[in-house]
Design a binder for this molecule. Structure first.
Ligand code: BGP
Length: 489
């Protein structure tokens, strides 16, 4: 009989234990080394921010105002200074014994406007050294090709991903990256949270100035271009290295029905068909029937070129990455495709769950539910948990310590849920904590929404010593990782 207290591990030996960040939330140096501006660089910190809302940009005027603004604070322009500090930061993170480090390549560092024919040599050298340093500290680089950071020129002048030309520019960027870094990188992630194009057209698709009524069709067209691009990059990765893994990521949007009313239950099913349709296309290589019905009923204006569907069918992903933060509650009403805006927990609060100060509801069991859902929907396809973590207001004590037991509890419960899901029969290839080291928040542009095991002494307006301090969670995560999950109990 196995005693509960006996340490056990369901985690495979080659399980990826690691942390994840994104270039635009960490590197800063937004104009160094020839880098061009991206969406991230026009996201302003709002001191009167409603923490429960998700900041976005809607028009070219908003972008122009941000670029001309000399008094506002734009935290992603400076990030945590990772462009300068990456060597020390990676050494510190490597001390946790982690086996994987996920970051993205800032597209507008390599191609400042996006439409150049040759890449920026300074950026090539930067990422040569970054990925080599990751390896040097015993970690496998997991590289996202684009994480809400496309060159702004492609947004304002070309209209973002709704324009097929942007796909061609993206493929040139991807080809440069895959050709150059395949010797160092063998886990590629084409898109961050591809399904968030449904929720945030500016960040995920580079789309501005579209009236609400036209938005669903525009979002579908832009997503189609991303599906085609995804398939082309999967093929590219395999040509460069047949053993490399090529995947993309979606935001897990597991939804519970608002009630047992049959109409709410059906609404929940329809919502999940919408939020999962991007991963259906990535994994199965075909549009699901629910998307076909949507297109039929909305005048099917989708421009699908010859060869698109064949390419998508021939190059499904090797693995599906997910980010997991919250579960949602949805009731009768329009799905995420027809709505505008992004409500993190869905229509209603879930009375059974506690919330972070940002209103993100904490649901470890939901992760087990989600993993089982993917296992049933995409049998045998490995799932990489590419992000999971708790945004919290950490306190640096006068003794220079950060006691973040709440973060330890959060990760412990979620990793236990992963272990149970593996025991349920789910194929999980890794767990990457967001964000290892504190970075700027994607949605709120705050530095005070902290996710790291390492504290960065910088505040929302960029004041502070920039010192890196290990939080209590640093040693805890190290124990979990080095014991391959056995130290959880
Ligand atoms: C995901 C993004 C990350 C990220 C994380 C936490 O949506 O891929 O970039 O930061 O969520 O979100 P936030 O920073 O908004 O709290």
């Amino acid at each position: 009989m196995t005693m509960r207290s006996e340490a056990r591990s369901a985690f495979p030996e080659d399980f990826l234990w690691g942390v994840a960040i994104a270039a635009n939330q960490a590197e800063g140096a937004w104009q160094e080394g020839g880098k061009g501006p991206s969406q991230a660089d026009v996201m302003r910190f709002d001191p009167d921010l409603d923490q429960r809302s998700i900041a976005t940009t809607e028009s070219r005027d908003d972008v122009a105002r941000a670029l001309a603004d000399v008094s506002g604070v734009y935290p992603k322009r400076d990030g945590i200074g990772f462009y300068e500090t990456y060597r020390d930061d990676l050494e510190l993170l490597g001390q946790m014994g982690i086996t994987a480090f996920r970051t993205s390549i800032a597209w507008s560092r390599l191609y400042p406007r996006g439409d150049e024919s040759e890449p920026n040599p300074t950026a090539l050298k930067f990422y040569d050294d970054l990925f080599a340093t990751v390896r040097q500290h015993g970690m496998r680089p997991v590289v996202t090709l684009t994480h809400y950071e496309m060159p702004l020129h492609l947004v304002t002048e070309l209209g973002g991903w709704r324009n097929r030309e942007v796909m061609d520019h993206f493929l040139r960027f991807a080809q440069t990256a895959v050709a150059r870094w395949s010797p160092l990188v063998d886990v590629w992630m084409v898109f961050n949270q591809l399904n968030t194009g449904l929720l945030d057209p500016f960040l995920a698709l580079g789309i501005l100035d579209v009236p609400d009524a036209e938005m669903p069709a525009v979002k579908m067209q832009a997503l189609h271009h991303q599906f085609v691009a995804n398939a082309a990059v999967v093929a590219m990765v395999h040509r460069a290295n047949p053993d490399a893994l090529a995947g993309s990521m979606v935001l897990d949007m597991t939804a519970y029905a608002a009630s047992t009313r049959p109409a709410d239950v059906l609404a929940q099913v329809h919502e999940e068909q919408v939020t999962l349709f991007p991963s259906d296309v990535l994994v199965r290589g075909a549009y699901p029937p629910a998307a076909a019905r949507y297109l039929r009923e909305h005048g099917n204006s989708l421009d699908v070129r010859e060869g698109d569907l064949e390419l998508i069918a021939e190059h499904p992903v090797d693995y599906l990455a997910i980010s997991y933060y919250v579960t949602r509650v949805v009731g009768e009403g329009p799905t995420s495709l027809d709505r505008t805006g992004w409500s993190i927990n869905g229509d209603l609060p879930n009375p059974h769950l506690a919330s972070s100060p940002w209103g993100w509801q904490i649901d470890p069991l939901g992760l087990r539910t989600a993993l089982n859902k993917y296992a049933d929907r995409y049998p045998g396809v490995p799932i990489l948990i590419a992000e999971n973590g708790l945004g919290a207001e950490d306190v640096l004590t006068s003794a220079g310590e950060v006691h973040d037991s709440y973060r330890i509890d959060y990760h412990r419960e979620h990793i236990r849920a992963v272990r149970e899901a593996i025991d349920d029969g789910c194929t999980v290839m890794g767990y990457l904590a967001w964000s290892g080291i504190d970075v700027v928040s994607a949605s709120s542009n705050q530095r005070s929404k902290r996710y790291g095991f390492v504290y960065v002494d910088l505040d929302d307006v960029g004041a502070g010593s920039e010192r890196r301090i290990r939080k209590d969670s640093f040693d805890w995560f190290k124990k979990v990782v080095t014991s391959r999950g056995r130290a959880l109990d």
